[in-house]
Design a protein around this ligand. Structure first.
Ligand code: MLT
Length: 232
């Protein structure tokens, strides 16, 4: 079994997703938020490309959630902070969700055999699932507007480190991700504070979201995309 890492959505055409499991990674914050919402008891998220599509689904009983440039646009019930999804009143709700990078990458992965949603919050559960499943894995880092980012690469490195005894890891992007993770793991949160997205959060006064998203393996869940719906 092979483990590969895609460091930016622009590199996706170089990889064949067929027959493989893709782990979509947008640690800050879309995949962390999805994990939090599903752990709270949301029925499913439905990833859409644009805010207008989310607002269309609002008319069909969905709550509309959106983020652009890390901010919730006007007219939406929910944004992309995991704290908003800790609310037990969301139990059983359906969420139409669009974010700058994370939901975009979920939609780009639809040719894969299986799509999983990965974040530090459910790292161990994802690793165990991948080991049990015995299929080739692609860790797909959402990055920021097609650019490489630190936080998603760190997660790819953390996952690869957990799978190293069960998978062949020969691709240089995975090896680089492992090295980055090893360099940062003793103080992951402070390392991530260097990142460009962390600087964006500082300006918006939402650094507490980073602390939340860097908690490791607090949820034993493996969100999957099933018939377009992100669910447990
Ligand atoms: C995204 O999908 O682009 C991110 O989750 C951005 C954010 O932090 O809201």
């Amino acid at each position: 079994m092979q483990f590969e890492t895609i460091l930016s959505p622009l590199l996706l055409p170089l990889y064949d997703l067929q027959g493989k499991t893709v782990v979509v990674i947008d640690v800050l914050r879309a995949t962390s938020t999805i994990c939090t919402g599903l752990f709270t008891g949301i029925d499913h998220f439905y990833a859409v490309s644009s805010p207008s599509e989310a607002l269309e689904l609002q008319k069909k009983g969905y709550l509309a959630a959106a983020e652009r440039n890390a901010v919730k646009p006007d007219g939406f019930e929910l944004g992309n902070s995991p704290f908003e999804y800790l609310n037990s009143e969301l139990k059983g709700k359906k969420i139409a969700f669009t974010t700058t990078n994370g939901t975009h990458c979920i939609k780009l992965s639809l040719g894969a055999d299986e799509i999983l949603i990965g974040s530090f919050l459910n790292l161990d559960a994802i690793a165990k699932y991948c080991i049990d499943k015995k299929k080739d894995i692609i860790a797909f880092c959402a990055g920021w507007k097609n650019k490489f980012n630190l936080e998603d690469t760190l997660f790819a490195g953390a996952l690869a480190s957990k799978l190293i005894d069960s998978f062949s890891i020969n691709c240089d992007s995975s090896l680089a991700a492992i090295d980055l993770y090893n360099a940062a793991k003793s103080d992951l949160k402070n390392y991530i504070l260097k990142s460009s997205h962390a600087k964006r959060f500082e300006k918006l006064g939402i650094t507490k979201d980073i602390e939340f998203c860097m908690q490791t393996s607090i949820y034993e869940i493996v969100p999957r995309v099933i018939n377009g719906k992100i669910t447990l």
